[in-house]
Design a protein around this ligand. Structure first.
Ligand code: IMP
Length: 187
């Protein structure tokens, strides 16, 4: 285990198992929704950069339906700072009007980022918008957001890293999800 890790919350095999289940569930529900139209109008998995990249790569490979990729990036605020206006750093490459969009998020904490993204994407009139988040961290939630597909729920206010999640751009490549030691947090 990495020296800066306090405790592993979800192991590599627990994540793999859960991602497989989500991939199957999502495939099943889009097949029900779109039927034969799936091949002409595959859903677009929109990954939130950079934290959702690892999850999106595994999730979409666990899906058994056609899917397109696009990516979006917004400014994030550091731990402990006040959530403010969220800015779009990188927009989608393609229009989503009339398309089925699956927004893939790494972690929902206060819900500010997700609420902002939902508003932004809805204004572009997708045919449908569903949300998939690897982690639903509930204790600091201030916005009432509905997450259609949740990997794991985190009821404690731990700062977690690994499987795409970072602290100051580090630890994204850890294969598990873990709480970081307080001593590794410098701000
Ligand atoms: P929210 O807007 O408060 O829901 O924050 C969502 C964003 O904050 C996520 O997309 C992450 O980039 C970041 N974030 C929140 N909690 C954590 C964490 O425990 N580890 C790593 N990043 C986090």
């Amino acid at each position: 285990m990495h020296n800066d890790i306090e405790r592993v919350l979800f192991t590599e095999s627990q994540i793999a198992q859960r991602v497989r289940e989500l991939g199957q569930q999502i495939s099943h529900e889009y097949t029900k929704l779109l039927g034969e139209k799936l091949s002409q109008e595959p859903p677009i998995a929109v990954g939130l950069l950079r934290g959702a990249v690892v999850f999106l790569a595994d999730l979409t490979r666990a899906m058994t339906i056609p899917v397109e990729y696009d990516f979006i990036a917004v400014s994030s605020y550091g731990m402990g700072s006040t959530p403010g206006q969220i800015q779009l750093l990188k927009d989608l490459e393609k229009p989503i009007a009339g398309r089925h969009v699956l927004l893939v998020e790494d972690i929902v904490d206060t819900g500010q980022t997700l609420a902002h993204l939902i508003e932004l994407l809805r204004a572009r009139h997708p045919a449908s918008l569903k949300i998939c988040a690897l982690l639903d961290k509930t204790p600091r939630r201030t916005r009432n957001v509905t997450i259609d597909y949740v990997g794991f729920t985190l009821a404690e206010d731990a700062f977690v890293v690994g499987y795409g999640l970072d602290y100051a751009e580090r630890y994204r490549n850890l294969p598990y999800i873990a709480a970081l030691k307080k001593s590794a947090i410098t701000t």
